[in-house]
Design a protein around this ligand. Sequence first.
Ligand SMILES: O=C(O)CCC(=O)C(=O)O
Ligand SMILES: [Fe+2]
Length: 217
Amino acid sequence: MNTPDPLFPSSEFEKSDLELSLKNASAIKGLELHYDFITPEEEISLLKHIDEQSWLEELSRNVQHFGYKYDYKHRSINRDFYIGDIPEYMQFLLKRLQEKGFITQACDQAIVNEYTGNQGISAHIDCEPCFGDVIISISLSGSCVMNFQKDKNATAEEKIPLLLPPRSLVIMKNEARYEWLHSIPNRKKDVFNGNTYPRGRRVSVTFRKVILEESRK
Ligand SMILES: O=C(O)CCC(=O)C(=O)O
Ligand SMILES: [Fe+2]
């Protein structure tokens, strides 16, 4: 029996662009990019489960929260925001992250982001008192360019772009977590290394470890 073609083929991406994206990632301490962290079949199954849940529409992009609800307005999280365990259909991702040694502490919070049209995310550092020292993001369905910059007012030349194809994994630790801001520009297509990549719908599954108030320093 033939295996079906993936819905979101990696063959769309120039090899030299994927290599450049890895090289860019290696310029930032604590930033890791891994392609094909999951298979196309796993991606399709995850998207099916995700699309069965309801979306929170409080931001410009849709989100789903699991584990603990994150309060974007006050940049806070606490024990009262517990909303249940991370769902079963995401557990294999956490298991794989542990098995590959990418995380050593169990993540207990997940945010799923959905970007459509020209949606992106403005430059930010994930809430430092709320979350632990590893931030994980897995891309599904569509690609994007994620920029890293040290300074809020960085010029285009000072930004380091990563091309994130579907099924890729980004890990932010160390300086990538605490000293660099990350963002996804609001636009309908990305130009990376001279090649144009139209944005489709992109869904990201992000994992974090919550720091509860009583254990904060
Ligand atoms: O969509 C992504 O990959 C990252 C989203 C993000 O930066 C966040 O949720 O804090
Ligand atoms: Fe973030």
